[in-house]
Design a protein around this ligand. Sequence first.
Ligand code: NAP
Length: 315
Amino acid sequence: MSDTAMTAVRIHAYGDASVLKYETGVPRPVIAEHDVLVKVHAVAVNPVDWKIREGYMKDYLKHKLPLILGWDVSGVVEEVGSAVTTLKVGDEVYGLAPMAKDGGYAEYISVVATALVQKPKSLSHVEAASLPVATLTAWNSLFDIAKLQAGQTVLIHGAAGGVGSMAVQLAKWKQAKVIGTASAKNAEFLHSLGVDEGIDYTAVPFEDKVKDADVVFDTVGGETLSRSYAVVKKGGVLITAVGQPSDEEAAKYGITAVRCGAVTSEQRLTEIAVLADAGKIKPLVQTVMPLIEAADAHRLSQSGRTRGKIVLQIV
Ligand SMILES: NC(=O)c1ccc[n+]([C@@H]2O[C@H](COP(=O)([O-])OP(=O)(O)OC[C@H]3O[C@@H](n4cnc5c(N)ncnc54)[C@H](OP(=O)(O)O)[C@@H]3O)[C@@H](O)[C@H]2O)c1
């Protein structure tokens, strides 16, 4: 292979996991003046990856095919653009690359330098890659939108999942009271994360256990979202990571209902790195797979039954 080529997993068409093609001889990305070239060591698999692969977001993101998925990356800076001042060759970095461009299911990714910061020193690349989307989404929900305070009660739906498990840890760090939903097999896991009360949503309707929560963070959507308005206290906040909340329902219950996003910045990624290095939040990587198994990683993510995160290890 020439030194301008690399191995990557690309999609040439939208469809099921079989459209993920492991390929050699893929052109190595070329950087512009504000970009860095990163040798990718690890990339997380997020549900958004398979949603894009299925074509659910094609009208909104308007990607050109072939496309490399996977934007939660950790790796080492190999080249820097002429206008980059914050990073240098050899830096170990992590962050959330912009989804408008090719991602990191590849040996190399070109990323605008402002999307990356120094990797948490105490974490491996696999652990660091697991953090951005999940932690930034939980942060945006609990702190930017809900302004969660110590002593408040927050109900987190999908508390064993990638986003939910980081939300539990951030809420406990803020000294909130945390109630989390998951199926029975995850009861012990929720306990290990520090939830004050776990609810097996397959056995009991959460409405039987929760009334007047200050904040509800929904990472499940659908019926879970539509049933959640009623358990938020008047003046409280319902945030969802999935779907669009209803203004009418929110007005009916006298609450605020908002959709969250993975809002990123260098400052926030650095704050997350500091918390991780201090042991205040822990990466929760359930499954590590080689790049060549990206299709199986997607099937696993799409099952909706994973605990913590799935990460592809490249180096
Ligand atoms: N808006 C945004 O910017 C944004 C950002 C990040 C993620 N998201 C979206 O948020 C969703 C969650 O993401 P994720 O990475 O956390 O997904 P994930 O890791 O795949 O979530 C899997 C978890 O969901 C739990 N679950 C499934 N159904 C449940 C239910 N009815 N009640 C409670 N828990 C349930 C499962 O627990 P059991 O196995 O115990 O059922 C499993 O642990 C995805 O749809 C993703 O696309 C949106």
